[in-house]
Design a binder for this molecule. Sequence first.
Ligand SMILES: [Zn+2]
Length: 334
Amino acid sequence: MTTLYTWVTSPAHEYEDHPERPGRLTELETRLKNFNIEKLEATPATRSEIARVHAPRMIEMVDLACSSGGGIIDYAPTFVNPSSFDDALLASGGTLGCARAVWAGAAANAFAIVRPPGHHAEPNRAMGFCIFNNVAVAARDLLERGAERVLVVDYDAHHGNGTQAAFLNDERLAYLSTHQWGIYPGTGRMDDAPEAKGRIVNVPLPAYAGDVCFEQISGQVIRAQVETFRPQAILVSAGFDAHWDDPLTTLGVSSAGFYAISKKLTDLAQEFCNGKIVFVLEGGYSPRNVANGASAVFAALTDTPFAPADDVSPHDEPDLTKILDSIHAWHGWK
Ligand SMILES: [Zn+2]
């Protein structure tokens, strides 16, 4: 079976010198030919599909903001222009197409390369460069198609406050986020969701946490959650801004680290979910790092060797022992 990808670059969704821009994907485009993958043409999500996550009034407000000319709609800053509503529907629709094909067994696994990104978008508001929460819309869709438990793992450098908010009261959905502590949007403390222990798992990280830390998180935290929650599909919010030279953050991952965590997640999906895993692009503001990181994901999905770029982090990594111990204790894992 094939590895599927969708490609929604939204060339008209841009704003002056904003870092979330179409050019994020230009270098990646030249790498796609290196992989044995098949393209899925994205079709727009419908408003009712988006409404499984977002309030109808929020969808109307975004539509109105776009059709009336657009502008900055939150302090991140998040922008919209007259093209953005349709672009956001297409980003969610491409993600839905990938998730449905994998759930139905028509593809082995998939990567939805889409923008605008989604994980900061909350049920009642667009924020953090995100309009509709693509990964959450896809997770809810799998529930409609018979899935009983879906896990979203989010290794973007920022906390996916929107996904957490959407999943907070839904026992069928679990969320695990690694993110740099102390940066936008300020949420994602270990104890953010006491009513959802074991289901909503936050791993706040000190600056320069990199490949070694992510290896420990994969083995000790992600595996523990997968073993206890037993998801039938894993969706991944793949942001490449955890790279050590991303212009917006100060974590410490290299392209080898993106490969290692992506391979670990793909292996976990093989072990627990019949291989059903879909990666969805979130952030990453260096076109080079997005190209290297996405190539690492494709190598993991297609089980082909990955030659990391020469981009080892120059920083020493922090010791995560205390953080990982307290996460285990908080969630009641052995
Ligand atoms: Zn991010």
